[in-house]
Design a binder for this molecule. Structure first.
Ligand code: 8X3
Length: 250
């Protein structure tokens, strides 16, 4: 039987590219997201290559997360790889002007949501004494920038959770990989700027940003490493990006 990967935030960007990459590797896929229509579309697209099961839930709803994952049919329960990809930035404001709803969305999604899904998946991995968890952090989890305190804090939490998971789960035969991308052109900035596509486009102007497949390739590399290798942490920047705040634009 081919291995099973569960991917959160699978309906767009890095999640979708990762689903496509894992389909090519012949993984069976559990695709999770909020948007039922997009999940269905992706399922249709990938079903020619592999078996796909979709789970629709909001990662911020702990009961929905645990009930939905518990409802997986037996043949889908043995998850080999968990890719904690779901997460977003909401707003780009100073701490004094930040919006509580934005903060809640980032902390609830990027931190709590990752924990809820992990809590539902880890016991099976521990029972089987094998598995691999890939957490999508960000360069923002390593370097804080102005107007991004809460987003950066949420990703710094992901960094800490990756380290903590690795400490607790390595003895259980489970690998943990932290992936920290820089500027990847996805819906990320459109969401951050609440639908302002023009402002979002400017983020990626004047240089070649990363594309979702670049990150998916790194995830494939980490997950395909030999059994004796644990890829702990990968930071990926665009060639023109030197730090969270330094990008060379033409
Ligand atoms: C996305 C990268 O630098 O825009 O996590 O925060 S950044």
């Amino acid at each position: 039987m081919s291995r099973i990967a569960l991917i959160t935030g699978a309906t767009s960007g890095i999640g979708q590219a990762t689903a496509e990459a894992f389909a090519q590797l012949n993984y069976r896929l559990i695709l999770c997201g909020r948007r039922a229509d997009r999940l269905e579309e992706l399922k249709q697209a990938l079903s020619a290559q592999t078996s796909v099961f979709t789970l629709q839930f909001d990662i911020r709803d702990s009961a929905a997360v645990s009930d939905t994952i518990a409802s997986l049919p037996d043949e889908w329960k043995q998850i080999d790889v968990l890719i904690n990809n779901a997460g977003n930035a909401h707003g780009l404001d100073s701490i004094q002007e930040g919006n509580l709803d934005d903060w809640d969305q980032m902390i609830d999604g990027n931190v709590q949501g990752l924990l809820y899904v992990s809590k539902a998946v880890i016991p099976g991995m521990v029972e089987r004494q094998r598995g691999h968890i890939v957490n999508l952090s960000s360069i923002a989890g390593k370097q804080t920038y102005a107007n991004g305190a809460v987003y950066c804090a949420s990703k710094a939490a992901v960094e800490a959770l990756s380290e903590g998971m690795r400490l607790d789960l390595t003895p259980q035969g489970i690998k943990v990989t932290n992936i920290a991308p820089g500027a990847v052109e996805t819906e990320f900035s459109v969401v951050r700027f609440k639908g302002d596509a023009e402002r979002a486009a400017k983020v990626y102007q004047g240089f070649d940003p990363l594309i979702p497949k670049d990150i998916a390739d790194a995830i494939v590399y980490a997950v395909s490493a030999p059994a004796n290798v644990q890829i702990a942490d990968i930071t990926i920047l665009a060639a023109a990006q030197a730090s969270a705040t330094s990008i060379t634009r033409k």
